[in-house]
Ligand binder design. Structure first.
Ligand SMILES: Cc1ncc(COP(=O)(O)O)c(C=O)c1O
Length: 370
């Protein structure tokens, strides 16, 4: 048997619903970008990372951690206590993951089987599609309006007996807008499992966590990637009805959160005033950048409650804009999907990053004659 026979044979054994599966497309890693650019010259505004990094307490604590050779606690006891204290809920509600992405996947694993339907409020974060399709579920897309607002009525109309999950990112990514609590409650009232992904909560200040006691179908996801600057270390968590938390803990892979992530959470929560100060700086900078972007008549920035700004390009040359920015060392995310045509998402960096971006946009505007 030669190698290609072996490969063909194996491919036939793959679950048929995964034929042609499209993987998640995210921002570029620094390693990839460094192939074309010197890493110190890159202004990375493509993945909503924290430009100030993590708490300065994290590095030394990791360097002196005595137990990196020992597996973490399977049941996440200390981690759950810490996260519960921060979120203001009881520890029996918490499940932690290696990023909130892992929890999206885990929730999908718990609820979605082949043929089940999952409601997705598009355009939105691609992980909801990814995890639904990886489970063999069927995505039911409910379109947001031209300002990316969610219609609770449209969500209710899309529900049928096969509906297993509803995903709602709040603020939404990549558009940055908030869904008002009234609409979320209307959706929660349906009783269907509802995941509200609050990855950007610290920037928006809006949360449905106080509603979890009232709605046993409500799950809220959070992350330390953005506000605490720990995207590289991977720590996300969810606030679940206690019964569901038990199931999720049972079906997660063992040791899914590292000892390093536990150390980083401990230190971040000890340094919360510092981190909140950085969040405030990012929010202030977001508002300044929004005002600056509005001055370009060929850009349409959308108001954002997260740490990024979504912009439509009026003359439809977003790919070219992305390329020309990258030639100048500035990396933004460009979208070309049907509902996100001609648009870029710009993460909020430090003031000097915005200044460089604005200068580059002025030059590019002249060059491409917009
Ligand atoms: C809405 C949303 N949820 C979750 C995530 C993933 O966060 P984590 O790094 O915790 O996996 C992101 C990251 O971009 C996001 O935009």
């Amino acid at each position: 048997m030669n190698a290609s026979d072996c490969g063909d044979g194996i491919e036939k054994l793959i679950r048929p619903e995964l034929a042609g599966f499209v993987g998640y497309v995210g921002g570029k890693s620094l390693e990839k970008l460094a192939v074309d650019m010197p890493p110190e010259g890159i202004i990375k505004l493509d993945a909503n990372e924290n430009p100030y990094g993590c708490s300065p307490r994290v590095g030394p604590a990791l360097a002196s951690c005595p137990s990196l050779n020992v597996y973490p606690d399977l049941g996440q006891a200390e981690l759950k206590e810490l996260l519960a204290g921060y979120a203001g809920v009881s520890a029996e509600r918490i499940v932690a993951g290696s990023g909130s992405n892992q929890l999206i996947d885990l929730i999908s694993r718990l609820f979605v089987d082949s043929g089940d339907e999952v409601i997705n409020l598009v355009p939105t974060f691609d992980m909801f599609r990814f995890s639904t399709q990886a489970q063999g579920g069927t995505l039911v897309e409910v379109a947001r309006d031209e300002d990316f607002a969610v219609s609770a009525r449209a969500v209710r109309a899309a529900i049928n007996k096969r509906t297993k999950l509803i995903f709602l990112a709040n603020p939404n990514s990549p558009t940055g807008n908030i869904t008002p609590q009234k609409a979320i409650i209307e959706i929660a009232e349906t009783g269907r499992p509802l995941v509200v992904d609050e990855a950007y909560y610290e920037f928006s200040g809006e949360t449905v966590v106080p509603l979890v006691d009232q709605y046993p179908n409500l799950m809220v996801l959070r992350t330390f990637s953005k506000w605490a600057g720990l995207a590289g270390l991977r720590l996300g968590y969810g606030i679940f009805p206690p019964k569901l938390a038990k199931y999720l803990l049972a079906i997660k892979v063992p040791y899914n959160v590292s000892v390093a992530a536990l150390v980083a959470v401990r230190e971040s929560l000890q340094d919360i005033d510092y981190l909140r100060g950085r969040v405030r700086a990012i929010v202030d900078e977001r508002e300044r950048l929004f005002r600056e972007l509005k001055r370009f008549d060929w850009l349409k920035p959308f108001p954002s409650r997260a740490n990024f700004i979504f912009c439509k390009i009026s003359n439809g040359r977003a790919d070219e804009l992305q390329r020309r920015l990258q030639d100048r060392g500035i990396v933004v995310r460009y979208f070309s999907q049907p509902l996100l045509r001609d648009s870029v998402r710009i993460s909020v960096g430090k003031p000097e990053d915005s200044d460089a971006l604005i200068r580059a946009l002025q030059e590019i505007g002249e060059e491409i004659n917009v």
